[in-house]
Design a protein around this ligand. Structure first.
Ligand SMILES: [Zn+2]
Ligand SMILES: [Zn+2]
Length: 220
């Protein structure tokens, strides 16, 4: 209760701290954050390509260190407080890039077995926080996920199912902004974008808590 009144809990280490400029993490953990993520786009996950159809990919941070801890807590500890802090940081990073009105925030659905395992959906929690903070609407059932068979890497190993989505968007929603927790290759976000565009919906951009930087080699 006192934490709620006078401060907040660090999204990475769980320590109570006074809310400062860096809202999600305590000062100790901020020093372990690798670096802020530079601007990127959905097309290639790296610097914006500015080709036709290019949409921004906004992330407050690169994946690793404290942000990895924060994402793991968000994904596995049913920590709605973590979602509130990370969602707020994402919303602040979106200001100036995400249109201020007329856009609906849409979380990327999880694989069904993951949803069953966790019993909650982190991107949906983030989408709700972001929508509230930016004064936008959000909608959790705009996308349905029906993954196809496993993806095979260049080494021939299976890397989980191929993300595949179907859009189910009411006619009045024509512009959306996607929200997911982390992005590595960007394959999932691109598949979600393709499904929405096929349904005539404009994808203005996407946000994640953290995205893999050029040096990130591990699976998320
Ligand atoms: Zn901390
Ligand atoms: Zn691009």
């Amino acid at each position: 209760m006192l934490d709620w009144l006078f401060g907040s809990r660090c999204a990475a280490c769980g320590r109570a701290f006074e809310v400062g400029v860096f809202e999600a993490l305590c000062e100790l953990c901020v020093h372990h954050v690798l670096e802020a993520a530079p601007p990127a786009c959905l097309c290639n996950g790296a610097a914006p390509c500015r080709l036709p159809g290019c949409a921004p990919l906004v992330a407050p941070w690169l994946y690793g260190g404290a942000t990895r801890e924060a994402v793991l807590r968000l994904k596995w500890s049913h920590a709605t407080e973590v979602a509130r802090q990370l969602g707020a940081a994402m919303a602040d990073a979106m200001r100036g890039t995400c249109p201020a009105e007329g856009v609906t925030i849409v979380p990327v659905p999880a694989q069904r077995d993951r949803l069953r395992q966790r019993g909650y959906h982190p991107p949906a929690l983030l989408a709700e926080v972001i929508a509230l903070r930016l004064g936008l609407k959000h909608r959790v059932d705009a996308l349905w996920r029906r993954d196809l068979g496993p993806v095979r890497g260049t080494d021939g190993r299976a890397h989980g199912p191929t993300p595949c989505f179907e859009a189910c968007v009411p006619r009045r929603i024509r512009r959306v902004w996607l929200v997911d927790d982390v992005v590595t290759t960007g394959m999932t976000l691109r598949a979600a974008t393709a499904a929405l565009r096929e349904a005539g919906v404009q994808v203005e951009g996407a946000s994640v808590v953290a995205r893999a930087g050029p040096s990130c080699s591990g699976a998320l």
